[in-house]
Design a protein around this ligand. Structure first.
Ligand SMILES: Nc1ncnc2c1ncn2[C@@H]1O[C@H](COP(=O)(O)OP(=O)(O)OP(=O)(O)O)[C@@H](O)[C@H]1O
Ligand SMILES: [Mg+2]
Length: 260
């Protein structure tokens, strides 16, 4: 990481429901716990949910990224400090959220506005990083190829292509890795999610290199506690000793390292 310039990590996937949003919340928490100032951005405008994975209920949100993109509010108006709810000290170890909003009007407005300037996403991320002195910004996206996702990839230093190690992940995931390269993302990485017990990590690493043509960031195990929705807030904060948290922590460390 370069001092004064935030590392931008975009988490994207081909199929939906592979664990992007819960991963973004936990990675953000773990990087903040390691002493970084981290901002999370919900660019999954069609069906926002990052606030819930961060422990912020729908009712607390008045405005979000969609409102910012159509000029209804400034980026500074939508930021939430997650430090108090996650037990982070603040100062160097801090976590903030630019949420989406679960309100049909707010969700529909960017779509109805049609040609709204998606370059504003870049501007918003830059301003948020400046306002909060961020070291890292992690962007959550809506699955598949869509406006915001392409823009979130275009401004990323790292793209985590999240994929389940199943047929769907194997079919669309490599396309996204290729799209990241075409958008000149410096560091595309594959993150296998919901990995069934007994899966050989060496085999996944091999798939990443041969099919995705990029390195594997990690292999996150299937976690029944997460599937059951037992964490209020980032999973890693609620289950610090869980194997999924250990795997997420390895990914957080890898992201924070300079490229080798
Ligand atoms: N490793 C895991 N083990 C078990 N369940 C998981 C795991 N990761 C995520 N889940 C669960 O799977 C569901 C989908 O997760 P999540 O919302 O993070 O996926 P997503 O990729 O963001 O979905 P979408 O594409 O709809 O935005 C959630 O109920 C979540 O709790
Ligand atoms: Mg999601």
């Amino acid at each position: 990481m370069t001092p004064g310039t935030p590392l931008i990590v975009t988490v994207h996937s081909w199929g939906g429901g592979v664990g992007k949003t819960t991963t973004v919340a936990s990675l953000g928490y773990l990087m903040a716990r390691a002493g970084l100032r981290v901002g999370l951005v919900d660019a999954g405008l069609q069906a926002p949910g990052l606030h819930l994975a961060c422990g912020v209920p729908d009712g607390l949100l008045r405005q979000g990224v969609a409102g910012y993109l159509v000029g209804e509010c400034g980026i500074g108006d939508i930021l939430h400090d997650l430090g108090p709810s996650t037990g982070l000290p603040g100062g160097p170890g801090a976590l903030f959220l630019a949420p989406g909003v679960v309100d049909m009007g707010a969700i529909a407005r960017p779509a109805l506005a049609g040609q709204y300037d998606t370059g504003l996403l870049h501007e918003g991320v830059r301003r948020m990083a400046g306002l909060l002195g961020l070291d890292v910004v992690v962007i959550d996206t809506h699955p598949g190829v869509n406006h915001e996702a392409v823009h979130a990839l275009a401004l990323a230093d790292v793209c985590l292509v999240a994929a389940r190690p199943d047929l769907r992940g194997m079919s669309g995931g490599p396309l996204l890795a290729d799209m990241s390269r075409r958008l000149s993302v410096p560091r595309p990485l594959v993150l296998f999610t919901m990995v069934p017990p007994g899966t050989e990590h060496a085999a996944l690493d091999d798939i990443a290199r041969r099919r995705y043509e990029c390195p594997m960031a990690g292999a996150l195990p299937w976690a029944p506690e997460l599937a059951a929705g037992r964490a209020a807030g980032p999973f890693a904060a609620a289950f610090p000793a869980h194997p999924l948290t250990a795997a997420l922590d390895d990914v957080a460390r890898l992201l924070a390292q300079p490229r080798t």
